[in-house]
Design a protein around this ligand. Structure first.
Ligand code: GMT
Length: 376
């Protein structure tokens, strides 16, 4: 199949999922065309099956906001015609589903039919999409997609709750690549950069937005380090970072916290990690937690949104109510204080992660692509 993938090319979960999906589709012999405003961060290597086309948005002083949707839909039209692309798979409804629909209509005028698969990722529904300023256009573009998927049951329910969507929504969970190489010597030797031999390593990865509740991450760690020698790795960047630095200073733990910013060394950091923290206000799925679990890392998370679909309470980690820092701290200590308990949680986390093996999940998308191609 010749598939165009539209996504945000950033470190955000939706872009990561779209990129990993495209790379794996390419490995399976499909021809994949990423169409976005810069090369996706996880797309390190282009190949005969994986291409990237940049959407250019020329600056013009008249425009207070540059019309990205217009440039994207024009680019989609051009690329579909040039490469004979058969299907558009757009990740994150805003504004991708809208731009795809416009492209589809333009192509129809020229006698070319192209189906649209839209994958809903979370904030396109919960935080941003349901805002009254966007809602009519988001509702319209979801309903006009040929096939709609969501990354969790929770997000599917949220979509029906927030929007008058009359389409079936297929739940296809996010996925991970298994077989991470923990014995890679270049990975092993760098643990000393992060912590002493006797210290546990606790990690959080996110875009440091309010929804991630970064102060809770720090307060949970503050409790952990009072009982267990440990270090906190904070990976990612965003608006909450200055506040996080300030809170570390206030709690007197700056020497125990490392801020990595946006890092391409996620696997290296995870390979040394003993516990992952994700105390978000909500997550449609929580890909960061799953990416940790594949390294056999237990997760302390909240129980909101789709998190219970990924992190199983008492098995791969623990789940608590949003803001219950006391309980999250106590559960973290319970896992970390005893080697045998930690090993049990590690094994469980990996076995739960195996349910989300990309090899199992990708055929679900392929089946929907086949279905989409039958729609005329
Ligand atoms: O977590 C974010 O804020 C980034 C956001 C995105 O759109 O890139 O992530 C969303 O999509 C991910 C991939 O499907 C999910 O794993 C995240 O849970 C979801 N974020 C939220 O729902 C807040």
């Amino acid at each position: 199949m010749k598939i165009a993938i539209v996504c945000y090319p950033t470190f955000g979960g939706s872009g990561v999922v779209a990129t990993e999906l495209g790379i794996e589709l390419g490995r399976r012999g499909h021809e994949v065309h990423f169409i976005t405003y810069s090369q996706p961060v996880r797309l390190s290597q282009l190949s005969p099956n994986v291409h990237y086309h940049e959407v250019n948005v020329p600056e013009y002083p008249l425009f207070h906001y540059q019309p990205y949707e217009l440039a994207l839909s024009s680019k989609l039209v051009d690329m579909v015609k040039l490469y004979g692309i058969e299907l558009l798979h757009v990740h994150y409804a805003i504004p991708h589903a809208y731009a795809a629909y416009m492209a589809k209509q333009m192509l129809k005028e020229e006698g070319i039919y192209i189906p649209i698969v839209t994958t809903l990722h979370g904030t396109d529904i919960t935080l941003v999409g349901s805002h009254p300023f966007y809602k009519p256009a988001v509702t319209f573009s979801i309903n006009k997609s040929d096939i709609v998927t969501s990354v969790s049951e929770s997000l599917k329910e949220d979509t029906y709750r927030h929007f008058h969507v009359h389409k079936d929504i297929h739940v296809i969970p996010n996925f991970v690549e298994l077989n991470k190489n923990t014995s890679d010597p270049s990975i092993r030797c760098r643990r000393s950069v992060m912590a002493e031999e006797n210290e546990r390593i606790v990690t959080h990865i996110s875009n440091f937005r309010k929804i991630k509740r970064i102060p809770d991450v720090i307060r949970i760690f503050h409790k952990i380090q009072q009982e267990i020698p440990s270090k906190l790795m904070l990976v990612g960047d965003g608006p909450e970072r200055p506040k996080a630095e300030k809170l570390c200073r206030k709690l007197g733990i700056t020497d125990k916290v490392i801020f990595f910013g946006n890092s391409n060394e996620i696997d290296q950091i995870l390979s040394y990690t003993d516990l992952f923290l994700l105390p978000s206000e909500t997550e449609s799925f929580g890909l960061a937690a799953l990416e940790a679990m594949v390294w056999g890392i237990p997760v302390i998370s909240t129980n909101s949104g789709g998190l219970p679909e990924v992190n199983f309470n008492g098995i791969s980690g623990y789940l608590s109510d949003v803001g219950n820092v006391e309980e999250m701290g106590a559960n973290a200590i319970r896992i970390l204080k005893d080697d045998s308990i930690l090993q049990q949680f590690r094994a469980n986390a990996l076995s739960v992660a195996k349910q989300f093996d990309i090899k199992k999940i990708l055929p679900l998308y392929e089946a929907l692509y086949e279905e989409a191609l039958q729609i005329k």
